[in-house]
Write a protein that binds this ligand. Structure first.
Ligand code: PGA
Length: 246
């Protein structure tokens, strides 16, 4: 499976020229896939300049195809703006915007229907002392709810991203062994629901304070197919270290 590295810029930077400069400094990997998820307003400008060198995605979408939903953006609009991927169920959305499992499921099905590849984030709670078995059961609940109604895992990417590992929520380091166990657990959940083919075709990424110094051990065991990178993706030198290493 090709390694996938996804940059989640969150609400950065401020202007299109800054966004163009940031992407211009990236060195896409030869063998892997690079997906950049900027704020949606920058998608058309970035895609028209860099769309041949890398893929782009959004950080969220709404579930309805059109209508009176002030402030929302539909999957089809994102697709038309050049997005091919969309991050869904991120723990910041769950925390700050009260997104629940049902909403994530509706968004995921709408994204797939519009031809976008959902990047489904599955994490645990915020407390650093959360036990592995608790995280496992949260992930199981989030996964089963998010994929409810789906017939296959085609065009889906999973991310194990415990909230307490995200840099802005404390950035606790999670060991490579624990991440590998969680990735295996996610694969088993996917296989139980979609059949054993999912074991070899469904990418499982890791996210949470991944940077140029910390990424390598996660890849070493072969259980992780890439990364969702927040903070480090805003620092091109740092990010390029990851891109060089995958
Ligand atoms: P971080 O963010 O790499 O800054 O921890 C990752 C994410 O929130 O997707």
């Amino acid at each position: 499976m090709k390694t996938i590295v996804i940059a989640n810029w969150k609400m950065h930077p401020e202007t299109l020229p800054q966004a163009l400069k940031l992407v211009g400094a990236y060195r896409p990997p030869r063998a892997g896939t690079l997906v950049v998820c900027p704020p949606a307003v920058f998608l058309p400008g970035l895609v028209s300049r860099f769309g041949r060198k890398m893929a782009f995605g959004a950080q969220d979408c709404f579930w309805a195809p059109a209508g009176a939903y002030t402030g929302e953006i539909s999957p089809a609009q994102l697709q038309a703006a050049g997005a091919r991927y969309v991050i869904l169920g991120h723990s910041e959305r769950r925390k700050y915007f009260a997104e629940d499992d049902k909403m994530v499921n509706r968004k995921l099905r709408a994204a797939l229907a519009a031809g976008l590849t959902p990047v489904l984030c599955l994490g645990g709670g915020l407390a650093a002392e959360v036990s592995e078995s608790k995280v496992k059961s949260v992930i199981q609940r989030q996964f089963n709810a998010a994929v409810d109604g789906l017939k296959s895992a085609k065009n889906l990417i999973l991310v194990f991203e415990p909230a307490y590992a995200i840099s802005t929520f404390g950035g606790q380091r999670v060991g490579a062994d624990a991440v590998a166990r969680m990735a295996e657990n996610l694969r088993a959940l996917a296989a139980a629901r979609f059949g054993s083919r999912a074991l070899s075709t469904l990418p499982v990424l890791y996210g949470g304070s991944v940077d140029g110094k910390t990424f390598a051990p996660y890849l070493a065991g072969g259980r992780i197919d890439g990364f969702l990178v927040g903070g480090a993706s805003l620092r091109p030198n740092e990010f390029n270290r990851i891109l060089r290493g995958v």
